[in-house]
Design a protein around this ligand. Sequence first.
Ligand code: BGC
Length: 414
Amino acid sequence: MSEQSLVFPEGFWWGAAGAAHQVEGGNINSDSWLLEHVPGSPFTEPSGDACDHYHRYPTDIALLASLGFNTYRFSIEWARIEPEEGEFSFAALDHYRRVLAACHEHHLHPIVTYHHFTSPRWFAAKGGWEKPENAPLFARYCAKATAHLGDLIGAACTINEPNVGLLIQNMGHMPSDTMLANAPFRKAAAKAAGSDTFAAFPNCQQALARDSFLKGHTLAVEAIKSGPGNFPVGITLALSDHQAVPGGEATRDRVRSQVDDIFLDLARADDFVGVQTYSRTRYDANGPLGPEEGVERTLMGYEFWPEALEGTIRYVAGYTHKPVIVTENGIGTPDDTRRIEYVRRALAGVHRCITDGIKVDGYCYWSMFDNFEWSMGYRPTFGLIAVNRTTQARTVKPSAVWLGNIARANILKG
Ligand code: BGC
């Protein structure tokens, strides 16, 4: 069979992604840091120095650009920018200004996420995302950050995956809200914070967080749009490709409506939808089925299913009629050849969507580095670039060179 050349639209955004808490290191004012250190912590290990990206961003950004990418998706950290309620750190804001300036210096479009799971400790100790009345506090931070950084931002994501807890709960991999509300680690964290509550996302009551996020997103868009800057603003969602086996259609549709559609309804008013997809979930009439026998699994335990991305892009575009940016897609694997295969097949799916007239503006691989994979610590390796946990030395994997070359050429040969 002759090799096909899949040409992507001119100006396509080719990126790698990361999140502050997962790469910066020393994020000590965040709710997650506290939870990582309480007895019975839901984390297998603390984030510690992470990838020390807070200090190493100039060389990291230069490296990403030198590989051929034209986009960098990263998050700014609320816990650094507002370490105490109402007290804003101009030093932290200046830091992110320098990160943005480095992106521009290296011709990388900066996609900025304002909230990637972590919040300041004080916010969690006030009930965090479990209290919709706290949502304006997030919007105030968004306004402050935009006032300082907006002129340099290329695109903005308000909240990263507000539906991820609902998704995992639906799959039976996360405790119920009642169990989360009474978890011993949560009580220990509240005590350490000198409060009677400690609601840190995603280890908090999902039904309550959902309502706050819906409100928080709308307020944040308004705050970010007040400028400066005139860039697209959207939300990013954790999207599994929900598939029904015969008889499972109604169950699948119910999950979709509770986990995805309520946020997609909101996204209809936005400039784009950030699609974040890793695998698929199958349903029969009783609920989600586990991975299918014989299908390869990734380090996360779910199926190696790169075609899931095409499925979710089609669903989102059909539902919202909005442009899509793939803000995350990737695989945790120790075998870099499987990473290349996964991305190759995922990108072929993106290209099929584009050919069918769906507006997909970019693709960001998750993640730039082997980084702190939340409760699972540093074990799952998603990165295009490996990081030595002692020396912080970076090692570029073959997949990074491979994907960077595709980005440079804007063509996937498949
Ligand atoms: C999150 C990332 C996470 C990735 C891989 C996404 O749900 O946005 O923070 O590391 O998936 O599990």
